[in-house]
Design a binder for this molecule. Structure first.
Ligand code: NAP
Length: 283
């Protein structure tokens, strides 16, 4: 059984991104910046923004946290996005979700210039993904692909079963797998006999948010298991896959923590660099 170590994948990408940012700074005099917009004081969002800033700075990318108060109006937020869209130093805009309920999230997201939408959430980038055009892909599905690539795991012709159909993980993941010529089944809370569906999978990708949902007996011997889930159980972070049990059957498996989550933030930075490369031929 091979452990698919997300920390190694993140380190590999981190080194490459740091080199690219250095080239941009030295050869073009561009000092690129990532803007992270946080609304209110939702603890996970504030923590994630701070950790994102640290990761960005660790690869030499400037990061600015734009903190807005909980009661900020939609118009005020739109103005902030407009300012960031127009700021030539800003190459990526990351909006911490969820926004307060009083705000129409998709309206704010869609105001982000699609060339700075490094989390791939605008309608324009969703359309790009579904039509196979160049654009930004949400960071978590992209992290899954980065892990597969790092370990040279091909999806071509494989039966991939994705559990979860959210807009940010399951659906874009399905699209990425299709684009790699997998035969894709997407499961959800109304799927009949999840176990039987999983048992025929060459690759299982779990993105549900239910600890231990995927057990060893659901896994075809030798299958690849990618665990996207993040759950807190008795003070510990665990995935959607019952790891010990699953590791006895899987051919390769991601741990939680240290799997997909370790790569996700790096994919945002990868997208910032891709955005620079699209506007300039230096990289
Ligand atoms: P979400 O929006 O809550 O979606 C969960 C999905 O799981 C839904 O499609 C739901 O089906 C499905 N589901 C729920 N119970 C199920 C069951 N018993 N059997 C089969 N499917 C079931 O969650 P999300 O935002 O996609 O996140 C999923 C997990 O990934 C969470 O644990 C989250 O914390 C984690 N996550 C990790 C990262 C990372 O970087 N590693 C990033 C983002 C999210 P219905 O559509 O029918 O309701």
């Amino acid at each position: 059984m091979q452990l698919l170590n997300g920390k190694d994948v993140a380190a590999f990408h981190g080194k490459r991104i740091a080199r690219q940012i250095q080239v941009v700074r030295e050869k073009k005099g561009i000092d690129p910046e990532l803007a992270i917009v946080v609304v209110g004081d939702d603890a996970p969002s504030v923590m994630y923004a701070a950790s994102m800033k640290r990761t960005a700075e660790s690869v030499g990318l400037n990061a600015r946290i734009c903190q807005e108060k909980e009661g900020v109006g939609e118009d005020e937020l739109l103005l902030l996005i407009d300012r960031l869209n127009e700021d030539p130093a800003v190459f990526g805009i990351l909006l911490m979700m969820p926004l307060p309920k009083s705000i129409d999230s998709q309206r704010i997201i869609n105001r982000i210039d699609s060339s700075k939408d490094v989390d791939g959430l605008t309608d324009a980038n969703i359309a790009n993904l579904y039509t196979g055009r160049e654009g930004f892909v949400p960071c978590t599905p992209q992290a899954v692909m980065a892990i597969l690539d790092y370990y040279h795991i091909s999806l071509s012709g494989k039966e991939v079963v994705i559990i979860g159909r959210s807009h940010v993980v399951g659906k874009p993941l399905a699209q990425l797998c299709l684009s790699r010529n997998a035969t894709v089944t997407v499961c959800h809370s109304r799927t009949n006999d999840l176990k039987a569906v999983c048992q025929r999978a060459d690759v299982i990708m779990a993105a549900v948010g239910k600890a231990g949902l995927v057990t060893g007996d659901m896994i075809k011997p030798g299958a690849v298991v990618i665990d996207v889930g993040i759950n807190r159980v008795n003070g510990k972070t665990v995935g959607d896959v019952a790891f010990e049990d699953a590791a006895l059957r899987a051919g390769a498996i991601t741990p939680v923590p240290g799997g997909v989550g370790a790569v996700t933030t790096m994919m945002i930075l990868e997208n910032v660099v891709c955005g620079i490369a699209r506007t300039d031929t230096i990289l």
